[in-house]
Design a protein around this ligand. Structure first.
Ligand code: GLN
Length: 491
């Protein structure tokens, strides 16, 4: 019974709970039992809220018994990345500098989850301030990949994807600045969606690269991704970059999910895909064949500026980060050094003690790129490259419905394999970054396994605000394959 429960998707679970067939409290207890058993191995969470969650579950059951209307996620246990502000528990961003930071407000997405009656299970581990591709840059703990505990879960939302894959929650929220939802989703064999920039409010998301950051769902199925989008998408007056719904209406992403997209035209970028490991390339080619057999037309295109995406991203993102992270000064927030002799040392020592190595590296890179004399040569040039990448996408989408490519050039790598070589780590983002630079939505869905039984992800990119079609395209594949039903051995 309990295994059946844990393997249900959010929609089934919610329907069962809302109809009174399943008790929300039974589900919450089952999740916490698993957390007690497997969290010591997986290390997905920074904080869990057992008492809070069980109380909320009981409240939902009582509402249902009393015949009251409940929300779209009634009783569904959900985890959130610890980069989202919550009034309950700390908001650490996996950084020592914020270890004891308690936010005075909830992020808009948290408010939305709560009003949809979700049960928030805990806050998940991540690379410090979302800077990384393996969750190894967490200043607080290590998370492993549930498919192979000697490997990384990907990053930076590795705690969220490991929790979803390891059945330590039913769905999670992550954030994606350059791939942090999609890459760990592909490493952990789950579905990760980065929505269009501006589709989901970023209010209460601790900023990394403000022109790139987006919050999105991490789920086991495409339907669950659509359900989560129904809850979190939409305009928010508290986030000036969130888009007016009159300009780009939010739709019911679940409603037409099972309607295949007719006359689907898919673009591939062969010269770009050639950089992936051969097993990844084969899985992507096989996935595209599935679409071909469904009647899709496949065209080959060139996107000449994609090769420069990594270079441009690591200038834009670090420049924005250096400015965003200036607020952690030992005065306004978090850790303050005990060894400071004067106020200058309060700043320098608090920052030196509080930030990890990678965060310091990025602050220095960004400060350098923005400094007088280098601004034009680096930052401005990166912005120009960004516009060229954007126009590559605009041109491509004039002639196709979506673009397909790998999510990552490799499957999950070994813990420690890339920690001594930051450039190697940065290169693992080669396929995910362009979507953030262009602001377009992109999803990672499971599309196979390598010889070590490690999941591979297919990435589908669509025009801005095309999440409904993007999810329908993803669902077409999911409906004909079983990859998403496979489970890691610990499940
Ligand atoms: N791996 C990328 C980086 O380190 C992306 C991170 C993210 O999307 N937050 O910047």
């Amino acid at each position: 019974m309990q295994d059946d429960l844990l393997n249900m998707d959010c929609r089934e679970l919610r329907d069962g709970i809302a109809a009174g067939r399943i008790k929300s409290i039974t589900v919450a207890e089952a999740v916490f039992e698993r957390i007690e058993q497997y969290e010591p191995i997986v290390g997905a969470y920074i904080t869990t809220f057992k008492e809070h969650a069980l109380a909320k579950a009981e409240e939902i059951d009582a509402q249902i018994t009393a015949g009251k209307q409940v929300g779209q996620l009634a009783g569904v246990p959900i985890a959130v990345k610890d980069v989202l502000c919550t009034t309950f528990g700390a908001t650490t961003c996996a950084s020592k500098i914020l270890e004891n930071f308690h936010a005075p407000y909830n992020a808009t997405v948290i408010e939305k989850l709560l009003s949809a009656d979700a049960v928030i299970v805990g806050k998940t581990n991540m690379d410090e301030f979302a800077m990384g591709s393996s969750t190894e840059n967490s200043g607080l703990k290590q998370t492993v990949n549930p498919w192979d505990t000697s490997r990384v879960p990907g990053g930076s939302s590795g705690g969220s994807t490991a929790a979803v894959a390891g059945r330590l929650c039913f769905a999670a929220l992550g954030s994606d600045t350059g791939g942090s939802i999609r890459q760990p989703a592909s490493f952990c064999g789950v579905v990760g969606l980065k929505p269009t920039y501006g589709r989901v409010s970023r209010f209460g998301l601790v900023a990394y690269g403000s022109s790139l950051d987006q919050i999105g769902p991490i789920t086991r199925t495409v339907a669950d991704s659509a359900l989560m989008m129904n809850v979190i998408a939409g305009h928010d007056p508290a986030d000036s970059t969130s888009v007016d719904e009159k300009q780009a209406p939010v739709c019911d992403y679940l409603e037409k999910l099972d309607e295949p997209v007719k006359q689907l035209k898919i673009a591939v970028v062969p010269q770009f895909n050639a950089g992936a490991e051969s097993q990844v390339q084969t899985a992507i080619a096989d996935a595209i064949d599935v679409y071909k057999n469904l009647g899709a037309e496949i065209i080959e295109i060139e996107m000449p500026h994609l090769d420069y995406a990594i270079a441009a991203y690591y200038i834009v993102a670090t420049a924005e980060a250096s400015s965003n992270l200036a607020r952690y000064d030992g005065v306004h927030y978090g850790h303050r050094s005990e060894n400071a002799e004067d106020y200058i040392e309060v700043y320098s020592k608090s920052r030196a003690e509080g930030f990890g190595k990678e965060v310091k590296r990025r602050i220095m890179l960004g400060t350098y790129a923005l400094s007088s004399g280098y601004y034009d040569a680096y930052y401005l040039k990166a912005l120009k490259v960004r516009s060229l990448i954007r126009s590559d996408f605009t041109k491509a989408f004039e002639n196709c419905d979506c673009i397909m490519m790998p999510v990552s050039p490799t499957t999950a790598f070994k813990i420690g394999e890339k920690t001594d070589d930051p450039l190697k780590m940065y290169l693992s983002d080669v396929y995910t970054i362009a979507a953030n630079l262009a602001g377009v939505p992109a999803v990672s869905i499971p599309c196979g396994f390598d010889e070590n039984n490690l999941p591979i992800g297919l990435q589908i990119l669509a025009p801005a605000f095309g999440e409904d079609r993007l999810l329908r395209i993803a669902r077409m594949y999911e409906a004909r394959t079983d990859w998403h039903k496979k489970k890691p051995a610990i499940v």
